[in-house]
Ligand binder design. Structure first.
Ligand code: TNX
Length: 500
């Protein structure tokens, strides 16, 4: 058993007379600090209550919902009580940080706000055994908080649409690992996946059956479905970041509205996987009418701070036209009350930093002069580390290989702070693991590529640098396998991991 550097050896002390199966530090992502108190284990039983008041009640209710069906106990949520799991709001914790104190008579989970309590609940869940009959939490204290404010996952609904129920299932799973943003890639050459009232053919045509890669991924989100997803995610402290990709990746929009091309001629619908051939017309008024309508409607249904405008792989947009386009687009996002987010190509535009944009780096290089010079905040999605749509190895099913094969260790063994040598660590806002959907068909395909690699990215985003340790990570990951099996999550049983 490997102990985390910050955790004393007692965390993994050998067999005691009745060994607690789970140690205080056996959590994904790794906690910042854990001090075990052997002999202070708390056993959840028939007389255990959950206490909370005010803004803590919602999270308390969610904890009860999680624990009741697995333990079979009543676990009433009350104001006070003995044998309590107490959720407490108190000032002084970092954003999303919490303290979890487990003693023989009482468990106290304290945070400044509900987001911290929710993070603590995710930790608490993993400290319970996968199966009863003894529901024991290991004694001791955890102090935990995130390294980065932005810990994201991305799902491409354009190349293959996923039904809201599938997106919800993904939100459920990623929220267990303290991922707090879900970026939805809602438009691309092969499809348009979000209802826009002022341009109805976008989804009538671009979301029709037969759209998507190989014509196998049709569908779209109505505004109500989108709002419902936003709410569902928010209940799990996940913020949706919607993306409309422009000025490239727009073939589906141009099929629906040929006036969005420079020559006015409708292109043919595309179901292949190529990129870089479509572009909006940077000096046409209709381009900006379209863009503003879409951004206005999207901003109206998005409570989160960010709106992603793509900007990647605009290989058929001349450089000058690209700059013209971004000079108008970036302030437009601001005018509609959102912080612009874009793939790293937008760093070429002075308007990116001028409008406080967040730049999402997806390259494989270790430096980026344009990103460095922009001065903007950066979210790191290096393709050879974080792209969940890359194959694990050439023999596993699904996935692409242009950024290489990415085994679990490849996704884990890097440091976000030092990835770009010319970008200072303070400018890193966080990390994101994108899942492009060219090779996906259903939830099983999605789960196989995402799990376990998305957990590696979650740990790099949440856990302090000093805790990063491959041997520790693979132990904790191996122990998590039965939880996924129980939940029906079809994860990849990487040969690098000793699965329990
Ligand atoms: C590159 S990386 C893309 C996507 C593809 C993906 C496939 C980036 C910003 N764009 O259009 O789906 O590769 O891996």
């Amino acid at each position: 058993v490997v102990a985390l550097p910050l955790v004393t050896a007692t965390a993994s002390a050998g067999p005691s007379h009745r060994r607690t199966a789970i140690a205080l530090s056996d959590v994904l992502p790794a906690v910042a600090d854990a001090t075990p108190a052997p002999g202070e284990n708390f056993r959840i039983g028939a007389d255990t209550v959950i206490t909370a008041s005010g803004a803590a009640l919602t999270v308390a209710g969610r904890l009860a919902e999680v624990l009741r069906p697995v333990t079979g106990f009543d676990l009433p949520v009350t104001g006070t009580g003995e044998q309590a799991i107490a959720l407490v709001l108190e000032p002084g914790h970092p954003d999303e940080g919490y303290r979890l104190d487990i003693g023989a008579e009482r468990v106290e989970l304290a945070a400044t706000g509900p987001a911290g309590l929710f993070a603590g609940v995710q930790t608490l869940r993993q400290l319970l055994p996968v199966e009863g009959p003894r529901w024991v939490l290991p004694g001791g204290q955890i102090n935990d908080f995130p390294r980065y404010a932005y810990r994201g996952a991305m799902l491409d609904l354009a190349r293959h649409f996923h039904e809201p129920a599938e997106v919800r299932a993904y939100i459920d799973q990623i929220s267990h690992f303290k991922i707090n943003y879900l970026h939805l890639h809602l438009s691309d050459d092969q499809g348009w996946r979000i209802q826009i009232d002022s341009w109805p053919r976008l989804t009538e045509v671009g979301g029709a059956p037969g759209t998507g890669v190989s014509g196998a991924g049709g569908g779209f989100l109505t505004k109500d479905e989108y709002r419902e997803l936003v709410r569902y995610a928010a209940d799990r402290f996940v913020t949706i970041v919607p993306e409309i990709d422009m000025p490239g990746h727009v073939n589906a929009a141009q099929v629906a509205y040929p006036e969005l091309t420079c020559d006015g001629i409708a292109p043919r619908p595309r179901t292949d996987m190529r990129v870089g051939y479509s572009s909006l017309c940077a000096d046409s008024d209709v381009t900006y009418r379209f863009a503003e309508d879409v951004i206005r409607e999207l901003a109206e249904m998005t409570p989160g701070p960010y709106l992603h405008i793509g900007g990647d792989e605009a290989m058929s947009t001349p450089h000058g036209a690209y700059l013209t386009f971004q000079r108008r687009m970036l302030p437009l996002v601001r005018r509609h009350g959102k912080i612009p987010f874009g793939w790293h190509e937008i760093a070429q535009s002075p308007a990116a930093a001028a409008n406080g944009a967040v730049i999402q780096f997806w390259g494989r290089e270790r430096n980026s002069p344009a990103v460095a010079a922009s001065g903007a905040k950066v979210v790191l999605s290096p393709a050879n580390r974080t792209y969940l749509d890359m194959e694990y190895d050439p023999l596993t099913p699904g996935g692409l290989d242009w950024a290489g094969a990415i085994e679990v260790r490849d996704s884990y063994d890097w440091d976000p702070a030092g990835l770009l040598t010319d970008v200072p660590a303070e400018r890193v806002l966080g990390v994101e693991a994108p899942l492009w959907s060219e090779t996906l068909r259903d939830l099983a395909d999605l789960e196989f590529l995402a799990f376990p690699r998305v957990v590696a990215i979650a740990e790099l985003g949440w856990s302090p640098r000093e805790t990063h340790d491959w041997e520790s990570f693979r132990e904790r990951l191996g122990a998590y396998g039965p939880r996924w099996s129980r939940a029906g999550v079809r994860f990849y049983r990487s040969p690098q991991i000793r699965w329990s």
